[in-house]
Design a protein around this ligand. Structure first.
Ligand code: FMN
Ligand code: SF4
Length: 433
């Protein structure tokens, strides 16, 4: 048997989708311009493998080198193996919450190829010995819920799934999509991060071993199960194999969600959206939990963070953009741990001072002392992400800080923002359930 093949039932004549862009997950959309119902999905990709031996899909995913597309970039095969190795029936959670404000990739994927995500979730469930799949979506996106409910109804009529699949809508706050928030909510609690250990893979939903994967990760898994790890590695780099979805926004000609080879140069990814509209000042990579890249972009490549590139035009104020994003992150914390209750709000206030205030030197001094104290001290990685964004802004917009210190805020600091930053409203106590 070809070691690259874990499928036992790929229909003869079904060719793996390929091409330069929009090649795999978005293949059908590039071809037809619309979402895929079950018949269209089967026509595009063929049926999901029926009798994947437990273990062989885990092995295939490990050899494919698939890493999580939810932001952390953890090796998916290792996570599958950890859950499969636990005793008793497991649970799978498909994380479709996409709380990152600069990202639309999961919403796009769920809209255009819901069956690929559902195939992946069910295949993952079979591979780890799970008896239930929970798809978690943000409560604010009613259309998304309707679309997925219709896709599931189609599958029920066709008898596609061999495990029970449930769709849930959760509170839509930034930290409600963190994996322990999902588990806690599914267990009847609030969608707030919980202290670890135990991590979900040890004890999650109903105290069972629980695999939490991003919906894009699961869609890739569905294709690896069909076409094998060698096929997956035909795109990307040895360290970052496969393709990846990226939301391109800001100063690019055609903003939107694109599928590009993983590890692509950032300039190449921007070109997928028609390239920059003019001279750029910086690029935000990985979203509000990511970091600013200076221009010229030169050797910068797509990393493992959430697939986001937001291009900042040269005339925009990177300090104002960062201050707004930090204000949002500070407001959206679960306010349970010290770094989020005390540290994040002061960092956001100091950044606002750099962007719009007059006491720039004092604010910079406080930031230099406090930023290093945030990472690794919360129950979840929320403060770490915010600190990373702030530190990268100080590096990349260092000249702007000095200009603001000498001359006060620039005119651009009061111009409309390039980033889409939601209102910085802290969730009320009753809004976590
Ligand atoms: C504050 C915070 C927010 C997160 N939001 C998301 C999210 O919206 N979607 C997602 O897939 N993962 C999110 N994650 C990561 C999840 O906790 C989890 O690691 C991920 O769903 C695992 O899937 P993956 O291995 O396929 O990436 C978030 C993590 C943190 C710390
Ligand atoms: S670090 Fe912040 S967001 Fe994470 S659990 Fe603690 S208070 Fe909540």
């Amino acid at each position: 048997m070809n070691p690259d093949t874990v499928t036992t039932s790929t229909a003869p004549g079904i060719r793996p989708p390929d091409g330069p862009y929009g090649i795999r997950l978005l293949h059908g959309w590039y071809r037809t311009g619309g979402p895929a119902g079950l018949a269209e999905h089967l026509d595009r990709y063929g049926p999901a493998p029926l009798a994947t031996a437990r273990g062989s899909l885990v092995d295939a995913v490990e050899r494919a080198g698939l890493t999580g597309r939810g932001g952390g970039g953890f090796p998916t095969g290792r996570k599958l193996a950890a859950v499969a190795g636990k005793r008793g029936p497991a649970v799978v959670i498909a994380n479709g919450m996409e709380s990152e404000p600069a990202s639309r990739k999961d919403a796009t994927l769920l809209h255009l190829a819901p069956h690929l995500v559902l195939d992946g979730a069910v295949l993952a469930a079979e591979a780890v010995g799970a008896t239930a799949v929970h798809v978690c979506l943000a409560r604010t996106r009613e259309d998304q819920h309707g679309g997925l409910a219709r896709a599931l109804a189609e599958r029920r009529r066709a008898g596609t799934d061999r495990v029970a699949v449930h769709v849930h809508t959760l509170p839509h706050h930034f930290v409600s999509s963190e994996e322990t928030s999902l588990v806690n909510w599914l267990n009847g609690g609030e969608a707030r991060p919980q202290a670890t250990p135990p991590r979900p893979f040890e004890k999650g939903v109903d105290r069972r071993p629980t695999l939490v994967d991003n919906v894009e990760t699961l869609a890739h898994l569905a294709l690896i199960a069909r076409y094998g790890p060698g096929w997956f590695r035909e795109y990307g780099t040895p360290e970052a194999p496969g393709t990846t979805l990226v939301t391109l926004s800001g100063a690019v000609r055609s903003p939107g969600v694109y599928e590009v080879p993983a590890g692509s140069p950032v300039t190449g990814a921007l070109d997928a959206a028609g390239g920059p509209t003019g001279r750029l000042g910086a690029v935000l990579a990985g979203g509000f939990f990511g970091h600013w890249l200076p221009v010229p972009l030169e050797a910068a490549a797509l990393g493992r963070g959430a697939g986001v590139l937001a291009a900042l035009p040269e005339e925009a104020c990177g300090l104002a953009e960062t201050a707004a994003a930090l204000g949002y992150l500070a407001a959206q914390s679960a306010r349970q741990c010290g770094p989020c209750r005390l540290g994040l709000p002061t960092v956001a206030e100091d950044f606002a001072e750099l962007a719009w205030g007059r006491s720039v030197a004092a604010a910079l001094d406080r930031l230099n002392r406090r930023l290093g104290l945030l990472p690794g001290r919360g129950a979840c990685r929320h403060p770490d992400g915010a600190a990373r964004l702030a530190a990268s802004a100080l590096r990349v917009f260092g000249d702007d800080v000095h200009r603001h210190a000498r001359h006060g805020p620039c005119a651009a600091a009061h111009a409309p923002l390039t980033l889409r930053v939601p209102a910085a409203r802290p969730p009320e106590e009753g809004e976590w359930r």
